[in-house]
Design a protein around this ligand. Structure first.
Ligand SMILES: Cc1cc2nc3c(=O)[nH]c(=O)nc-3n(C[C@H](O)[C@H](O)[C@H](O)COP(=O)(O)OP(=O)(O)OC[C@H]3O[C@@H](n4cnc5c(N)ncnc54)[C@H](O)[C@@H]3O)c2cc1C
Length: 250
């Protein structure tokens, strides 16, 4: 594991904050590369198992070859999930709308192998399909990370950012609270978060590394569990610049 990611996880733990480490990458287009990525994630799982217990993993399934070999991708994901020690999970990211069916199917396939307790999914509030997908994720028994969504999609597929997405986020969080699902509010939007914490009681919150870090400390002091997403690898800067641009509607 990049030493910097391990150091970040230890520093976060010292502040009472968990982490989710992502060996950054996406859009792999051949099975050999997907195999190499899976092998390095297995090593990463071993390293994460030696870190504090609330250190998890994150991954985008297109990095594991989802686009070229969905079955192989599910096998890789299952192997990584199985490698994690009890209490840890691998959180699967939400990608663009065109991959949503394949991502959901892969998570369900792996969860059915007795691995739901090692798996997490990401639900983007802006996608119009998410209320239906959420029911399937709840039924699959995986942890659910609720996000606003980083991908700009046509109006028929996604709600505009701003009030429509924020309202969807509120409704989805309330729906999750009605279920037995374990879930986290992954947002830096203070109004949204506080409205939900006031209504639902303490719930885990997730943030991105470097975004509003003081907020994490304040939440921990209030007894709210916090986990921070920690990406490492060559492409992370390009990735976040794109996400930031997209989230501003570029
Ligand atoms: C743990 C985690 C995992 C995520 N995983 C995914 C995923 O798998 N798929 C996906 O589509 N999206 C993912 N996202 C991104 C998410 O969908 C949003 O695009 C992002 O979190 C911004 O939305 P917000 O809820 O923080 O609210 P916003 O209203 O966008 O942000 C609230 C405030 O937070 C600050 N802020 C937010 N984001 C940034 C940033 N990147 N840089 C600097 N300041 C910022 C700004 O001050 C902003 O005004 C994830 C987010 C988190 C926290």
């Amino acid at each position: 594991m990049a030493e910097a990611a391990a150091r970040a996880a230890r520093e976060l733990r010292a502040r009472g904050v968990g982490s989710s480490i992502d060996q950054f990458g996406e859009l792999v287009r051949d099975t050999a590369t997907a195999g190499r990525v899976a092998a390095s994630y297995l090593e990463l799982a071993d390293q994460v198992n030696a870190l504090p217990a609330d250190t998890w993993l994150s991954i985008d399934l297109s990095h594991l070859g989802l686009d070229v070999d969905p079955r192989g991708c599910a096998d890789h994901l299952a192997a990584i999930a199985a490698r994690l020690s009890a209490g840890r999970r691998i959180q699967v990211g939400a990608e663009d709308f065109s991959r949503a069916d394949a991502v959901l199917a892969c998570i369900e396939t792996v969860a059915r192998q007795g691995l739901a307790g090692r798996l997490g999914a990401t639900a983007p509030a802006n996608f119009r399909r998410t209320p239906r997908d959420l029911e399937r994720l709840v039924a699959a028994g995986v942890h659910i990370r609720l996000v606003k969504g980083a991908y700009v999609e046509p109006g028929g597929r996604a709600l505009p950012f701003g009030e429509p997405t924020d309202l969807a986020y509120l409704r989805l969080a309330h729906r999750l609270a009605e279920t037995r699902a374990q879930f986290a509010l992954a947002t830096h939007d203070g109004l949204l978060r506080e409205a939900l914490l006031a209504a639902l009681g303490p719930r885990p919150v997730e943030q991105l590394l470097g975004v509003r870090p003081a907020m994490a400390d304040e939440l921990v002091a209030r007894g709210v569990p916090v986990r921070v997403y920690v990406p490492f690898g060559n492409d992370w800067f390009r990735y976040w610049m794109r996400r930031l641009a997209e989230s501003r509607g570029a």
